[in-house]
Design a protein around this ligand. Structure first.
Ligand code: FES
Ligand SMILES: [Fe+2]
Length: 329
């Protein structure tokens, strides 16, 4: 796999006028906005004597190290070394490690793996027209696959969410029907029923036309739950480190067509989604870490599909194995 983009932040988290330090992919990173509002990222590790750049300031759109005032641009190039004076030729070896950044759909992407990033990051095309959303995020002490796989699990609902989205005791799983969109994306059509002794349908026997709800996953960490034409839940899972993942939950709505009003409605409905998320959290944070020792069943097909992608992504596996990158290394 070469050069994958990964959603790591909500753009709303990057303020104007000051940097923020964020740990992602096992690395300490600093993000800031230049004067035009564009977001940049460097390793949060000054190449001079390794202070944290995120403790510094944004000066003229550049990041200024808090220790000796060296200034760096978004490409990591040193622009100013106050101690050498204005007339100095700046040494090229003093380069900070830069991360190319994409900011689209209010999400900040960085990339990993070899090669140069090309094209815009993929997102859910079916979200077109739904602009208003509310957002909630929190960090779970679990690996990226544990967080992702929970959202692809179509048969935990009657147990984990027995009194909310899993009401009705539909424990029997048909299929599950998993349709690949391409090498990095697939759609799952959940179809569960109360067990009356009927045989679970094979995925080829399921009539998709009758099913309205679906899950859409875009590797490595974007997930959508199509609830209705006017309502979607979108999540992305930002890996902090090997066993730490920040979960971003968005509720997109179009009820009135007036964006601020729809955003307010989405905000009022968010506590229910957070309640559901915490039902998951209780169980998922109890799972043992080693996914390779899970013993899957047929109904775990969406999880197996994701796992094949994740396990063949050597670059991401390597990044998430590392205990620390930047500080202390
Ligand atoms: S440590 Fe950053 S300028 Fe010296
Ligand atoms: Fe759940």
């Amino acid at each position: 796999m070469t050069c994958m983009r990964i959603a790591v932040l909500s753009s709303r988290e990057v303020p104007r006028g000051r940097p923020i330090g964020v740990r992602r992919l096992g690395m300490d990173l600093v993000f800031w906005r230049d004067d035009s509002g564009r977001i940049h990222a460097l390793l949060d590790d000054c190449p001079h004597r390794r202070a944290r750049l995120s403790l510094g300031k944004v000066v003229g759109g550049k990041i200024q190290c808090p220790y000796h005032g060296f200034e760096f641009d978004g490409s990591g190039k040193v622009i100013k070394i106050p101690a050498l004076g204005r007339s100095a030729k700046l040494p090229e070896y003093l380069k900070a490690f830069s991360m190319p950044v994409y900011d689209a759909y209010d999400i900040v992407w960085v990339w990993y793996g070899g090669g140069e990033p090309r094209g815009a990051p993929r997102f859910f095309e079916d979200l077109e027209g739904l602009e208003a959303y509310s957002e909630y995020s929190e960090v779970w002490g679990v690996s990226l696959p544990r967080a992702v796989e929970n959202q692809l699990d179509v048969f935990h609902l009657p147990f984990v969410h027995y009194n909310t989205i899993g009401r009705g005791g539909r424990t029997l799983v048909h299929g599950p029907l998993v349709k690949p969109v391409d090498d990095y994306s697939f759609v799952v059509y959940p179809f569960n029923q109360v067990d009356r002794g009927q045989r679970p349908l094979r995925s080829s026997e399921i009539d998709v036309g009758k099913l309205r709800n679906y899950l859409w996953f875009i590797y490595p960490n974007l997930w959508e739950n199509y609830i209705s034409k006017n309502m979607r839940v979108v999540a992305f899972f930002a890996p902090v480190g090997s066993v730490s993942t920040k979960i971003y939950l968005r509720l997109y709505m179009k009820v009135t067509g007036v964006k601020p009003l729809d955003a307010l409605i989405a905000k009022l409905l968010m506590p229910f989604n957070v309640y559901v998320l915490h039902q998951d959290r209780r169980v998922v944070t109890s799972q043992a870490g080693d996914i390779m020792r899970d013993k899957l069943i047929h109904a775990d097909a969406p999880i197996a599909m994701y796992r094949r992608m994740y396990l063949s992504d050597k670059e991401l596996n390597k990044l998430l194995e590392k205990k620390s990158w930047g500080k202390g290394s």
